[in-house]
Ligand binder design. Structure first.
Ligand SMILES: C[S@@+](CC[C@H](N)C(=O)[O-])C[C@H]1O[C@@H](n2cnc3c(N)ncnc32)[C@H](O)[C@@H]1O
Length: 162
């Protein structure tokens, strides 16, 4: 047998008339150099991507058997959402979607049937990403993007509960 080395991604919508986001320019002109020999500069992103396996550093909080590379989710998130959007991953596993969502200014809701994946891996990875955002953006003690992000989320949660 050939070694499995591809994933098929289903891009679906609930109805023919449902609106969807496709960030054409970001796909065409983004910096996708990370070892992708298929993507050519200033040419539209093709439907076949070459992305390296999940990095060791992305597994620092433990292993998930089908953890996806952050580089893969970066493309999906940047192609199909805008900053401020809320992304739901109902099978979030090690939280790769959440890590990328936070990094790219999206809100994130993650669900998984396995509490270990959620608490020990996904939540820790997302916390790390929020810490990176905080240290990267602090200017003279002003609120950071991460602080604003958390404040927005807390407000939305309290509105939803009221
Ligand atoms: C393919 S993995 C997701 C991997 C994830 N994208 C990542 O990068 O780590 C699918 C996840 O869905 C979870 N899962 C499977 N069936 C589920 C269900 N019915 N409800 C909630 N979670 C489920 C599994 O525990 C597993 O962690």
């Amino acid at each position: 047998m050939f070694t499995a080395s591809h994933e098929s991604i289903v891009w679906a919508r609930t109805h023919k008339k449902s609106k969807h986001t496709f960030n054409y320019q970001a796909m065409k002109n983004g910096d996708w150099h990370e070892k992708d020999m298929i993507k050519k500069d200033a040419k539209q992103m093709r439907s076949v991507w070459s992305i390296p396996l999940t990095k060791k550093s992305e597994k620092r909080h433990g292993k998930h058997p089908t953890q996806k590379p952050e580089a893969l989710l970066e493309r999906i998130v940047l192609a199909s959402t805008n900053p401020g959007d809320t992304i739901l991953d109902p099978f979030c596993g090690s939280g790769t979607t959440g890590v990328v969502a936070v990094r790219r200014g999206r809100k994130f809701i993650g669900i998984d049937m396995d509490a270990h994946f959620l608490h020990d891996i996904a939540a820790r990875r997302i916390d790390d990403e929020l810490d990176i955002l905080k240290t990267a953006d602090t200017v003279d003690g002003a609120p950071t993007d991460a602080d604003k992000f958390m404040a927005d989320i807390k407000l939305e949660v309290s509105l939803a509960r009221s």
